[in-house]
Design a binder for this molecule. Structure first.
Ligand SMILES: [Zn+2]
Length: 193
């Protein structure tokens, strides 16, 4: 988003005269409106992902939720369940991508945005790249295993043909609190045994 704003400013200074300058100003206004609408949408979808994360928590799984959206429509959603499914790959993102690909009958999930409450791990980042997801928005960063720049930067890697947009930190406070509360409760349970 910042890059986008940067581009507009650049365009403005490049042709800032007469009617062109006015048109540029109008475009900036529209763009600002689009950006704030997009932020509202992003926040709404992230809140939905946080609700999905609560379902993982209710099952005793690390609370992570994800939802894949295209043009305002949910293509797939999921929550973390490796313990219940006896499946090391059952992360929220993988479950979401599988559900979406099945729903549309195509493993290529073009023009989609994936909202996830925790920075994706290496496995999920790999699957996201294979699925050609256009944009990833995550909430809390994962300093132990994050693959969107915290530990690895798979999502920003130039080794892939596919490039995606990635933004972190949306509702990170809420997501972080949910995760911390979960681990605190689990530690308490472990010591009281
Ligand atoms: Zn993962």
């Amino acid at each position: 988003m910042l890059a986008k704003e940067g581009n507009i400013r650049y365009r403005e200074t490049k042709s800032a005269k007469g009617s062109t300058a006015y048109r540029m100003k109008m475009e900036i206004g529209d763009e600002a409106e689009n950006v704030s609408l997009k932020q509202q949408d992003d926040e709404q979808w992230m809140r939905h992902a946080l609700e999905l994360a609560s379902r993982a928590e209710a099952d005793g799984e690390v609370p992570v939720g994800a939802v894949l959206v295209r043009d305002g429509e949910v293509l797939g959603e999921g929550w973390n369940r490796p313990i219940g499914d006896h499946d090391p790959s059952a992360h929220a993102e993988i479950i979401t991508l599988r559900a979406a690909a099945k729903a549309i009958g195509n493993y290529r999930l073009l023009n989609t945005t994936l909202y996830v409450t925790l920075e994706p791990c290496v496995m999920c980042a790999g699957a996201i790249m294979h699925a050609r997801v256009a944009r990833v928005v995550y909430a809390a960063t994962d300093p132990k295993a994050g693959a969107a720049g915290s530990v690895f930067d798979v999502l920003g890697s130039e080794c892939f043909n596919h490039r995606l947009q990635c933004q972190g930190g949306l509702l990170a406070t809420e997501a972080g609190a949910q995760l911390r509360a979960f681990f605190r409760a689990r530690r308490k349970q472990a010591t009281s045994r």
